[in-house]
Design a protein around this ligand. Structure first.
Ligand code: ADP
Length: 170
């Protein structure tokens, strides 16, 4: 059985993440989305909230499982008996960091390899931090994140329906 882990913070999950999840779920028999529980990063959403959001937006994908982890990614991979890590690449800016991380992981755990999927062009600019920046001021985030989780993001910033801008509004 071919298995892989797609790790990340997913704070919150974006359409770019979902695109990588959908595409990689077709490449393997079982895909684990690993949600990083990183106490140093002070995320907007708790790890449980991030896990639940991912479960909701991937509920139609039968071979996708959402699991949180803390500590080293390669330790998580070993525990899950997975030797393939999937990461998404948006632009050259991602490249240096991702390359260094995958090389470090290979030194620490030589049996674990990283596969990079390039972003779909329409999501190349998209990041969780941009989504948060726009949402914070009530901007329209409907083109950035799955419909099911839009309200949860606005709620974090105390933005109710009447304070939200719609498409084209500034
Ligand atoms: P991390 O904190 O580990 O970078 P993220 O949640 O920001 O976690 O991203 C997880 C993975 O998804 C990373 O490999 C990142 O490059 C990739 N990714 C993020 N946004 C996009 C996007 N718009 N298109 C493709 N890949 C993306």
């Amino acid at each position: 059985m071919r298995k892989a882990i797609y790790p990340g913070s997913f704070d919150p999950v974006t359409l770019g993440h979902l695109d990588i999840i959908r595409r990689s779920s077709k490449l393997v028999d079982h895909l684990i989305v690993g949600v990083l529980n990183n106490s140093g990063k002070s995320p907007l959403f708790s790890v449980d909230e991030r896990v639940n959001m991912l479960k909701e937006v991937t509920s139609d994908l039968e071979n996708v499982e959402i699991i949180s982890f803390s500590g080293l990614l390669v330790d998580f991979a070993r525990k899950q008996q997975v030797q393939t890590i999937i990461r998404g690449l948006r632009a050259v800016t991602d490249f240096e960091y991702e390359l260094a991380m995958s090389q470090t992981n290979r030194v620490v755990a030589p049996e674990v390899d990283t596969i990079f999927l390039n972003t779909s062009l329409k999501y190349a600019y998209l990041s969780s931090s941009m989504v948060k920046e726009v949402a914070m001021y009530g901007g329209d985030i409907s083109k950035f994140i799955p419909e099911q989780v839009i309200n949860q993001v606005y709620e974090k910033y105390g933005i109710d329906q009447k304070n939200r801008k719609t498409e084209g509004e500034v």
